[in-house]
Design a protein around this ligand. Structure first.
Ligand SMILES: [Zn+2]
Length: 302
């Protein structure tokens, strides 16, 4: 009986999908389609996960406001120029990404009957909440930094202590404000901004136990990693090994905060160098002492 009902449900999903199909977005010329029934199936699948359940009201609101847009997978989406930067991970049967130009999250689901299975639900909820952290910046830039400043300070203090071998935790609040406003909020990646970035790091020199030339090399590498990953992701990727002294302290900084849970994050971490909302987004993926602050922050900001 259950089996039959399950099959009927699948058939229903399968045939319901194309009915009421509507164009919900056009990104770089690629049209994306969704439907009211897809919205409902998405929310239903989220309600089944422990992770998304507390944010269900927020997700429902975002869907109604068309800030969160479930749509059917379109393979051409991978051709989007900036796709790699905004959605580096594609696994299982769906993906979600925040598109800064439209300030919306697109959740792409595969048009097959197993899309909303157990593992996919968990995966989609993790991705969607990750992207909601980025959306919160677009929706409420001042609120975001006010709510999350203490978590961000903790992260960047850890990062600089490790990367620049500092004797004590530095004051990072001006640095965090600078990268947050410049890159996260304004998306301004002009060369002169990286010059300024370098000047911020120079202020930490008196705290470092590194030899002078080593300190200079490391700070240049950090700025270079931030800059090159934005200007040419391909160049950055093919030189990854050279960037280890700038990138591996990112994982150390997380480890100080969430211990070995950072091991479950298998994507390349580098956006933290210029996009502080990535720190909150990554922390949202694992349950930790930061979770309740992140959850209540998101439902307040979005
Ligand atoms: Zn992210």
């Amino acid at each position: 009986m259950d089996r039959l009902r399950e099959n009927n449900k699948n058939l229903h999903e399968l045939f319901a999908a194309p009915i009421g199909l509507e164009k919900v977005a056009k990104l770089d010329g690629e049209e994306l389609f969704g439907s009211q029934s897809l919205n409902m199936s998405f929310l239903k699948s989220m309600s089944k996960t422990a992770k998304a359940k507390p944010l269900l009201k927020t997700m429902t609101r975002l869907i109604m406001q068309k800030k969160l847009i479930p749509c059917w997978m379109n393979k051409n989406i991978f051709k989007l120029v900036k796709f790699k930067i905004f959605a580096p991970a594609y696994k299982k049967s769906g993906l979600a990404f925040y598109y800064p130009l439209t300030k919306k999250i697109y959740v792409l689901v595969d048009n097959n009957i197993n899309t909303f299975g157990f593992s996919s639900n968990e995966w989609l909820s993790t991705l969607t909440i990750h992207e909601m952290c980025h959306l919160a910046v677009g929706k409420n830039p001042t609120g975001f930094i006010n709510v999350f400043r203490s978590i961000l300070s903790e992260f960047y203090q850890n990062y600089f202590v490790e990367a620049l071998k500092l004797k004590e935790k530095p004051n990072v609040s001006k640095f965090v404000s600078f990268i947050y406003n410049t890159y996260d909020v304004k998306g301004e990646f002009r060369f002169s901004t990286f010059r300024k970035y370098y000047d911020f790091l120079e202020e930490y020199r008196p705290l470092s136990v590194m030899k002078d030339n080593q300190f200079t090399l490391t700070t240049k590498l950090i700025v270079n990693a931030a800059m090159v990953s934005n200007y040419s992701f391909q160049t950055f990727q093919s030189n990854l090994r050279n960037y280890v002294p700038a990138l591996s302290p990112i994982r150390v900084a997380y480890r100080e905060m969430i211990g070995n849970k950072i091991n479950s994050i298998d994507s390349l971490v580098y956006q933290e160098l210029f996009v502080p909302s990535e720190v909150i987004a990554i922390l949202s993926e694992v349950s930790s002492s930061y979770s309740s602050k992140i959850y209540s922050g998101l439902s307040k900001l979005l």
